[in-house]
Ligand binder design. Structure first.
Ligand code: AGP
Length: 610
């Protein structure tokens, strides 16, 4: 969580920093601040609140404008509440060093005690402030050397941006387990937690790796390893466009990203399915022999990505005859998992920066597993430690509530299951042909759901005052129920629970009364009749049923008028389509409730702390 940005060059730094922070606000939005160098002095403006509050704060401060060196921060509080004092940047005793930080310094209390003994005085409750004081302690005329020494004392995770009035021609960055990218410009250079912050200025980037320090001058970038030795680094060119990271006329990123789903799936189809040569999973990095040797698969992920993994389990077990366990990344490490060299770990992550997932996959790798990741962000931390990578190429997902990344992850999981089955000779030609033909129909079906969105909007206006929701699904659509409930709770703050419909009678049925909205996912399927029994049970207890059903299912009207019809689709592929009305329902309910759609309270897009 938290976003950092830094600039050194010829232009005024302040607007670049503020603009970068706006792009990074999805990472944390409880406080924000900037620090710029003017007339040989570090000047700071920071406060609790959003970036727009910071913009108001700096308005009258003209002295902040004459600077072409600075750092900025948007915060998601971990240590110390979101107050003006705890907002970043933080400084040392002299005020000569300013630091922005994303991550957690785990041993900060011990460091702080030592530094206080040595005479340092602290202003905030944050872990970050120790970094500024450590740099002050170690500074002997070289900022990068002082940073190098300081980070050696620190345990935990960090991406740092540091400036010093002693050396106003330098911007220093450092990284351990939190993302940091360098933007390479002409006569100017940048650091940032994520690419959208610098995309407007340059498409040339350098990914900083764990343990590295980067020294930026306006016309030079030098990367040092943990011993201080210079390292050669590759410069990559970003393919994203600036508009792909903007709202393009939609009121919220979430709505824009929901609407992008047909395109994202179309893109997966056009890039991954090629005529006679079949499914192209370049990046998988598994030979046919490796595939035949896979004894078991463990899927590791968090939140929405975990729900995608749950669908993946059904698919892989059905087609590939390989046992699959899906684990929350945060639980995996603590349960003594059984992993061997024939275990394939599939990590799913939109950002590739989720700390729990990174920690879990490292553990699995230590035990000998092969790591294949499904990820959206090129060059992310997860990607760089994976043996193979399947990119979702969904484009930047800015809204905290994940939508297009989910359907893209599902798209890749279908193709992966078919691919593995094919390599194991488990997929007959005709069946393969049929499956791929059906798969190719998905974008059109998604578009059909979007075309009917006004009906979902009206439905939302009848239900937005309900105090709680239950989502029920079976088999492949049980994960859809989990995902529908997660979407609603994270953006509307309405308590919502996803449940396997068959489990309802084992407890949750006690919750049903006329105040409970129950969303039932009932596409054509082999469990259709069982879902109908569940609906009958809910109606008998006066629950308010909302049904997601196939367009041809007219019979289902006997239970309720609240039906969201989706196009007819083979049960196997239904999760990609059934989730879309649930995303829209959550969105419109949250809009009616006046919630902050793209930046829901207490959340952050990338959870880079464990
Ligand atoms: C989804 O709407 C959430 N905001 C969240 O659950 C997210 O999916 C989770 O934090 C995992 O993120 P990742 O895909 O970037 O690893």
């Amino acid at each position: 969580m938290c976003g950092i940005v830094g600039y050194i060059g010829k232009r005024p730094a302040l607007p670049i920093l503020l603009d970068g922070l706006r792009q990074l606000e999805y990472r944390g939005y409880d406080s924000a601040g900037v620090s710029v160098m003017t007339t040989g002095k570090i000047r700071i403006a920071k406060r609790s609140g959003k970036i727009k509050d910071l913009v108001d704060l700096v308005k009258g401060r003209d002295y902040l404008k004459n600077s072409s060196l600075g750092i900025g921060h948007s915060r998601w509080a971990t240590h110390g509440s979101p107050t003006n004092v705890n907002a970043h940047p933080h400084t040392d005793c002299s005020g000569n060093f300013a630091v922005v930080h994303n991550g957690i310094i785990e041993n900060f209390s011990d460091i702080k005690i030592e530094l206080i003994k040595e005479g340092h005085t602290f202003k905030s409750e944050t872990d970050t402030e120790v970094v500024a004081h450590l740099i002050e302690k170690y500074y002997k005329g070289s900022l990068e050397k002082a940073v190098l020494k300081a980070v050696r004392d620190m345990e935990g995770s960090f991406a740092l941006g540091v400036i010093s009035s002693n050396e106003p021609d330098k911007l220093v960055g450092a990284r351990r387990e939190s993302p940091l990218v360098v933007g390479v410009g002409k006569g100017e250079n940048f650091i940032a937690s994520d690419i959208p912050a610098i995309l407007k200025y340059t498409k040339k980037v350098m990914y900083i790796d764990d343990g590295e320090i980067v020294l930026l001058r306006k016309d030079r970038v030098k990367v040092l390893d943990s011993t201080g030795k210079e390292k050669k680094k590759k410069i990559d060119t970003i393919k994203w466009t600036v508009s792909s990271a903007q709202k393009s006329g939609y009121p919220h990123f979430m709505l824009k990203e929901i609407h992008e789903q047909p395109r994202v799936l179309r893109q997966i189809i056009s890039s991954r399915l090629k005529g006679a040569s079949g499914i192209l999973l370049d990046g998988i990095n598994l030979s046919d022999r490796d595939i035949k040797n896979i004894s078991n698969i463990i899927v590791l992920a968090c939140g929405t990505a975990y729900h995608a993994g749950c669908v993946g389990k059904y698919l892989i077990e059905k087609f590939c005859n390989i046992p699959v366990v899906v684990d929350f990344s945060s639980e995996f490490r603590y349960r003594g998992p059984i992993v061997s060299k024939n275990t394939l770990v599939i990590a799913i992550s939109q950002s590739g920066e989720t700390a729990d997932t990174l920690a879990a996959v490292k553990e699995a790798k230590k035990k000998g597993a092969k790591l294949l990741s499904i990820c959206n962000v090129v060059g992310s931390s997860l990607v760089r430690i994976s043996d193979g990578v399947l990119y979702t190429y969904a484009g930047p997902e800015i809204s905290v509530a994940s939508t297009k990344a989910y359907t893209a992850q599902l798209g890749i999981l279908y193709l992966l299951a078919f691919y593995i089955a094919e390599r194991k000779n488990l997929l007959k030609k005709e069946l393969r042909r049929y499956l791929l033909k059906e798969f190719k129909k998905i974008p059109k079906k998604l578009q059909e759901v979007l075309d009917e969105k006004s009906k979902i909007q009206k439905l939302a206006s009848r239900y937005y005052t309900f105090g709680s929701f239950l989502y029920l699904g079976r088999n492949l659509n049980y994960p859809t129920a989990l995902e529908g409930a997660l979407k609603l709770k994270e953006i509307s703050y309405i308590p919502a629970e996803g449940y396997a419909a068959g489990e309802m009678k084992h407890g949750p049925i006690a919750l049903i009364d006329e105040y409970r909205a129950v969303v039932c996912i009932v596409p054509e399927s082999k469990t259709y009749e069982k879902m109908i029994s569940n609906i009958q049970e809910i109606c008998a207890r006066k629950g308010k049923v909302i049904i997601v059903a196939s367009e041809e299912d007219r019979d289902i009207r006997r239970f309720t008028k609240e039906i969201i019809y989706i196009p007819k689709i083979n049960e196997l592929f239904s999760p990609i389509v059934t989730v879309l009305p649930l995303q829209l329902l959550a969105y419109y309910i949250a809009v009616k409730r006046g919630c902050d759609i793209d930046q829901p309270r207490n959340l952050a897009k990338s959870v880079t702390v464990e």
